[in-house]
Design a protein around this ligand. Structure first.
Ligand code: NAD
Length: 542
């Protein structure tokens, strides 16, 4: 492998694979919403248990040998084992609790004692790449909505949503990319400012009337636009409705999965919600759930009036249902818009340039566009991403690729690293929201045709397979507070360092990763998934 002088000089670990994983950990933390607490996104998703654990993990990576495996338990390093050069360098289990004990109360009790940390999907296993990671997913969903309901075009269409946090902050940009107008309600002025600074949001206001005027001007002229509106969704959405605003699309990305750390109740500032969490957590939960009920009732009223309404996976419906709202009349976005892609093993694949050089990502963009001429998703996405996505942290790209396409791309990139055409190793990873990676009965696996929504054997098998295939990092995730706890997922990272060993790891792990995904959907009864399995050449006993 040829590496640039720069990249070689900066090699601090005992090999480029270890170095790349360390850079992935550091990169995840550069995106942290609350760096002091190591919280990366989704209210409480951490990259390491605490600062001591982070220091120990960093030291372990700096001294880790090629034939060793670092074992991490909920963000804290446990030990290093001699496992061989085909074994993962890092294995993790984050926030897994035994069935009956997998409750919010027990999770928070353990969290307070420092015995556990929630990794979310991609914070705990050092795969978070900032809002770009979700921009593509949101863009993908919105274009699918446009295809299904608006003749393939969001121009002149208004999307009303809330939450401009770590992941929700991608909503305004994704809407603009899809040609629509986003009106995003956010209770925290700092978040609005942060999204404007990062270029993900165009402008903000505290005035409901001004926001409505801007939204109406943009939709009337068919101009893509994004507007941040400071306020609480539970108050502002009903106010928008009272003023006669009729959105085309309504969704939400407040961190409603977790009432202690996520959803600010009506009438409170974020700081007051934090204070109430300390003094009276039950009261905070009660008030947050009551506010969510109002919020969801407004969404239902818009749905009944003809708006396209869907939940974007933050468990808003389940919270409202606990207060007696008929919230599950609102569909989940996955079943309708994304699952058909999962059935073909298409999902959010991403790659990160460990060199820190944007030109590496540009070169890989060229490979993608050249090698997948018939893949309309990437042909449409890559030019849009180049135009709109501002890189933060290590340069990266996310693009939805199918089973087989991912292996092909990673091998081509590994060859480019080998030839010195790229300036350093490239890490390949994906969101856990993917064909093979997750069971979440209120989101990714809601309404499976055979009723297997809650069977979590699949992500566990995914992790075992990835580990057996020699992926560089493999993690199993579960738990967390609130409804986030009702999931099991698996994460995987592969390092293309230009070696022949990386060719082998990539081929077996990336084939396994989506292979088990298409088999999972075929097993549940999806004929398109069965077709994908048949054409994959994998042995299948379906
Ligand atoms: P975050 O904690 O970083 O941000 C949440 C934001 O919501 C914050 O900016 C907060 O100020 C704001 N907020 C809270 N209560 C509010 C209220 N009442 N009115 C207006 N704004 C309010 O969380 P995040 O990382 O952006 O994730 C948001 C949620 O979306 C999570 O529940 C996450 O699980 C979910 N999500 C799901 C998917 C998926 O299924 N693919 C993808 C992205 C996000």
């Amino acid at each position: 492998m040829v590496m640039s002088d720069n990249a070689l000089r900066e090699l601090r670990c005992r090999g480029p694979r270890q170095e790349t994983l360390l850079r992935m950990l550091e990169n995840t933390l550069t995106h942290a919403e609350r760096p002091d607490e190591l919280i990366v996104y989704a209210g409480l998703a951490k990259a390491a248990r605490d600062h001591t654990a982070l220091k120990l993990m960093t030291e372990a990576l700096l001294t880790l040998e090629e034939h060793e495996t670092l074992v991490v338990q909920s963000g804290k390093p446990v030990g290093v084992f001699p496992t061989g050069t085909r074994a993962p360098l890092v294995l993790m289990a984050n926030s897994n609790l035994v069935g009956r004990w997998a409750t919010s109360e027990h999770f928070y009790e353990l969290e307070r004692k420092g015995l556990i940390a929630w990794g979310g999907y991609t914070a705990g296993d050092w795969q978070y790449i900032g809002s770009q990671g979700i921009v593509q997913g949101t863009y993908q969903t919105l274009t699918a909505v446009a295809d299904a309901h608006f003749g393939g075009d969001l121009a002149g269409r208004l999307v009303v949503t809330a939450g401009l946090g770590g992941m929700g902050g991608a909503q305004p940009l994704a809407t603009v990319m899809a040609g629509g107008v986003a009106l995003c309600v956010e209770v925290d002025a700092d978040r609005i400012a942060r999204r404007i600074d990062s270029g993900y949001l165009e402008r903000g206001t505290e005035s409901i009337d001004e926001a409505i005027t801007w939204a109406r001007e943009a939709t009337a002229s068919g101009t893509a636009a994004s507007i941040g509106l400071l306020g609480n969704a539970a108050d502002v959405l009903p106010a928008l409705r009272e003023r006669g605003l009729a959105p085309d699309v309504v969704t939400d990305q407040t961190a409603a999965h977790d009432l202690m750390y996520g959803y600010v109740p009506s009438g409170m500032t974020p700081a007051e919600a934090v204070a109430l969490r300390e003094s009276d957590p039950d009261e905070l939960t009660r008030r947050a759930r009551a506010s969510i009920a109002t919020h969801v009732e407004c969404m239902l009223a818009w749905q009944d009036a003809g708006s396209i309404v869907f939940e974007y996976g933050n468990n808003l419906r389940a919270q409202a249902a606990e207060n007696g709202v008929d919230a599950f009349r609102i569909p989940i976005f996955i079943e309708k818009y994304i699952r058909p892609l999962f059935c073909q093993g298409i999902g959010p694949f991403r790659w990160v340039a460990s060199s820190g050089e944007q030109e590496d990502i540009d070169a890989i963009d060229e490979i993608v566009v050249r090698e997948f001429p018939d893949n309309q998703l990437v042909q449409r996405w890559i030019p849009i991403a180049q135009k709109y996505v501002r890189q933060a942290g290590l340069p990266s790209r996310i693009s939805w690729l199918a089973h087989g396409e991912r292996t092909k791309l990673a091998l081509l990139v590994n060859e480019a690293v080998r030839q010195g055409a790229l300036r350093g190793p490239v890490a390949f990873t994906r969101d856990h929201l993917d064909a093979g990676g997750v069971s979440q009965p209120l989101r990714e696996t809601e309404n499976m045709p055979d009723g297997s929504d809650a069977v979590s054997d699949w992500p566990l098998l995914n992790a075992l397979l990835n580990s057996g295939s020699g992926a560089d990092l493999v993690a199993i995730h579960a738990g967390g507070g609130g409804y986030a706890g009702y999931m099991q997922s698996a994460g995987v990272t592969l390092v293309a360092d230009g070696t022949a060993a990386a060719d082998e790891r990539i081929t077996s792990a990336l084939t396994a990763d989506t292979g088990i995904g298409i088999m999972r959907y075929a097993d549940a009864g999806y004929e398109t998934a069965a077709d994908a399995v048949r054409s994959s050449g994998l042995r299948w006993f379906g």
